[in-house]
Ligand binder design. Structure first.
Ligand SMILES: Nc1ncnc2c1ncn2[C@@H]1O[C@H](COP(=O)(O)OP(=O)(O)OP(=O)(O)O)[C@@H](O)[C@H]1O
Ligand SMILES: [Mg+2]
Length: 401
């Protein structure tokens, strides 16, 4: 059974089909795509976040078509999936551990309990809570939702003058509380893992490039170019983190900052990494995280024991044309012929819009490159992305600014 997912989940359905699995698909009506139909046997369109209904539906289906496993395709279905796994006794993670991962306050509390990745963090509800935090811990700090994704509502505060505008903007999100964290300074990476009955396999570390102000992910590279000592330290921390969260099965994506005081956890998810990171992992490391996780969830195949030494590197770089209305797109076919170019994709058409990079939704194209080393892949990715010609007529307001 596969729960949730929009167009980005199509490749998992294809992989399930390729593994010979008969898929029962549970999705919200607005996210179901006609393109899913060739890969699914049965479909139930329902609000799967109504957990009581979902469990009842899953029980009924399980009687008719005994389920081998259940996986989630999207952030919103992680917790519902854990409920189904628990109710039907299927391989998966407990509701408790998934809830702990999703709620950044519980996650930090648990890390404090076990003495891992010390990060000053406080929950707040009012403007006074922010001032009290600053009086005690100083600047800079980060204000963010306790449970959100897609870098929604993340505010980095370096100056006292930034507090009032951030508070104003945060209120627009209509969330009852926020998390204040010490600012973790340093390069950002993630670690992709697969767990088998509580044994965690570190598949790779991923280097992440984000926009300075809005934290939008505009590049990833695998394997992250870490020295052996740092990699060991990071892997040991992620190992202990997953144990502390109680994660036992399947994929996880743990985000970290490499600070001067050592690696620190930003957050973790028990799901595949987003974007096209899994493809980079397959290109560089020869491990197909999605297929391995699917097979394991359904009791097929052997657990992964060792990850082969990476054969090279792979990188994705998003293009960043000047915001405005697209006038011309050219040169894509020629780029595809370049050495090391794996994919060039532009999602916008002539007459379409290029927005400033405020969230992942504003990414309109990318290049994927491979190389003998990750450094070579990054360099190629950057060079190729800079040659994607998307000419825009900038907005008048932007020109005036
Ligand atoms: N304490 C912190 N110090 C420095 N940067 C931070 C901190 N917390 C978050 N960030 C930055 O903000 C980004 C988004 O934060 P976080 O991952 O907690 O939120 P999210 O909305 O779940 O993100 P996403 O879904 O994009 O991964 C991080 O990747 C990091 O760049
Ligand atoms: Mg994150």
């Amino acid at each position: 059974m596969i729960i949730g997912g929009g167009a980005e989940g199509l490749d998992v359905l294809e992989k399930a089909h390729a593994l010979g699995l008969n898929v029962v698909c549970i999705n919200k009506k607005k996210h179901f795509r006609e393109a899913f139909l060739p890969y699914v046997e049965h479909v139930v369109l329902t609000d799967y976040e109504h957990v009581e209904n979902l469990v009842a539906i899953a029980r009924g289906l399980h009687q008719l078509f005994p389920l081998d496993g259940v996986i989630s395709l999207t952030e919103a279905s992680l917790l519902p999936t854990a409920y189904v796994c628990e109710a039907l006794g299927l391989r998966g993670n407990t509701v408790e551990s998934v809830r702990r991962l999703k709620d950044k306050v519980s996650m930090r509390r648990r890390l404090d309990e076990v003495g891992l990745s010390p990060v000053v963090a406080r929950v707040g509800e009012r403007l006074e809570d922010i001032h009290a935090f600053v009086a005690e811990h100083g600047l800079p700090f980060v204000m963010k939702p306790t449970d959100a994704s897609g870098s929604l509502g993340i505010f980095k505060i370096f100056e006292p003058s930034q507090i009032a505008p951030a508070w104003e903007a945060f209120q627009q999100l209509k969330l009852p509380r926020f998390l204040l964290e010490e600012f973790l300074d340093g390069p950002e990476i993630s670690v992709e893992t697969l767990s088998f009955h509580g044994r965690h396999v570190m598949v790779t570390a991923t280097d992440k490039l984000i926009t300075e102000d809005t934290c939008v992910e505009i590049g990833h590279a695998v394997p992250a170019p870490l020295d052996a000592g740092t990699r060991e330290e990071v892997y040991a921390l992620v190992h202990a983190f997953l144990d502390a969260m109680g994660l036992k099965e399947g994929p996880a994506h743990t985000e970290l900052k490499l600070t001067k005081k050592g690696p620190r956890i930003v957050e973790g998810h028990n799901r595949n990494p987003g974007g096209r990171v899994t493809e980079l992992v397959t290109l560089a490391c020869g491990v197909d995280i999605k297929s391995t996780a699917l097979a394991w969830a359904c009791g097929m195949g052997e657990p992964l024991v060792e990850v082969p030494t990476p054969k090279g590197g792979a990188a994705i770089r998003h293009v960043q044309p000047i915001p405005g209305t697209v006038r011309e797109i050219s040169g894509l076919e020629a780029l595809k012929q370049e050495e090391g170019c794996v994919d060039v994709r532009v999602l916008v058409k002539v007459g379409g819009r290029v927005n400033p990079m405020r969230s992942g939704e504003d990414r309109i194209g990318h290049v994927i490159a491979r190389g003998a080393t990750v450094q070579e892949a990054i360099l190629r990715g950057e060079q190729l992305a800079s040659r994607v010609r998307i000419l825009t007529d900038p907005d008048r307001a932007a020109v005036a600014a």
